[in-house]
Write a protein that binds this ligand. Structure first.
Ligand code: SF4
Length: 224
C-alpha cells in the first residue's frame, strides 16, 4: 500500500506541489524473417530481426530501430507507442523530458529503468510524430508480442492511447480505461497516461499516481 508520503514525493517528482525460416532455409537477411518465424526467435534473433526489418514503410525514414531497454527478466513491462525524434536518434525508448518523467514515475514506486523492460508498439519512428497507421501497427505487432513472451512480465503498464488501443483492441478513451485491471492473456495490464501527455496536461499527473498505485496493488497480490 502506498503511503501519503510516497504520494507526495511522487507528485513532487512530477512537478506538482503538494517466427520459422521460409522453406526451412536460413533467411538471407533479418528483414526476411517471417511473421511465423518471429515466435521462435530468442533475444538476439529478435533484436537482429527488428534491426533489419523492412516490413512497413517506416524503415525508409528511420535513423535506427528502437528495440527496447531494460531487464529481460523484468516483472514490469512498460509499453508506449512509437519512437519520437530523440528516440530515433538515440535508439532508446522514452528519452528526453517524457523519458525523465517516466523514470520519476517508476522511481516513485521503487522501480528503476534498468529493472523494468520498456518498449514501444512500433520500433521505428513515424515521420513528424504522427500516430502509427493500422498497417504499421499490424506489421510490427509480432515483435512486441515476442518481447512480451520472452520477458514474461507480471504486469504490463500500457502508456498512452495508442499502446492501450493496440494491446486491448479497443478505441475507448484512456480516461475510461484507467482505474481497471485489464488482462492481456494471463498478464494483468494497467492503462495510464503517456508522460508526454502529462507534460502537456500537468493536472492529470495526480491520476497517474493513482494508476501506479493500482499497478503496485496488483503486483503485491492485493488485487487479482
Ligand atoms: S515499424 Fe516495425 S514493422 Fe515497421 S519497419 Fe520498423 S520494425 Fe519493421
Amino acid at each position: 500500500m502506498q503511503t501519503e508520503l510516497q504520494r507526495r514525493a511522487y507528485l513532487r517528482a512530477m512537478g506538482i506541489d503538494v517466427w520459422i525460416p521460409r522453406d526451412q532455409a536460413e533467411p538471407e537477411s533479418d528483414a526476411e524473417v517471417t511473421e511465423a518465424a518471429v515466435v521462435d526467435l530468442d533475444w538476439d534473433g529478435l533484436r537482429a530481426a527488428v534491426s533489419g526489418c523492412t516490413r512497413c514503410q517506416l524503415h525508409q525514414t528511420r535513423t535506427q530501430t528502437v528495440f527496447g531497454v531494460g531487464s529481460p527478466d523484468a516483472d514490469w513491462m512498460i509499453i508506449g507507442e512509437a519512437p519520437g525524434a530523440e528516440e530515433d536518434r538515440r535508439g532508446e525508448p522514452f528519452v528526453g523530458r517524457a523519458g525523465k518523467l517516466l523514470d520519476e514515475m517508476l522511481r516513485a514506486i521503487g522501480e528503476a529503468r534498468a529493472s523494468v523492460f520498456i518498449a514501444n508498439v512500433l520500433k521505428c519512428r513515424p515521420p513528424n510524430n504522427r500516430d502509427p497507421s493500422a498497417d504499421e501497427s499490424t506489421a510490427c505487432r509480432s515483435h512486441l508480442e515476442r518481447q512480451i513472451e520472452l520477458v514474461q512480465p507480471k504486469i504490463i503498464l500500457a502508456v498512452g492511447r495508442v499502446a492501450a488501443h493496440l494491446l486491448l483492441d479497443t478505441d475507448e478513451p484512456v480516461g475510461r480505461m484507467r482505474g481497471k485491471v485489464h488482462q492481456l492473456g494471463a498478464t494483468p495490464l494497467i492503462v495510464t497516461y503517456h508522460p508526454a501527455y502529462l507534460l502537456r496536461s500537468p493536472s492529470q499527473k495526480r491520476k497517474s499516481w493513482d494508476d501506479m498505485c493500482l499497478a503496485r496493488r496488483v503486483m503485491s497480490g492485493a488485487l487479482a
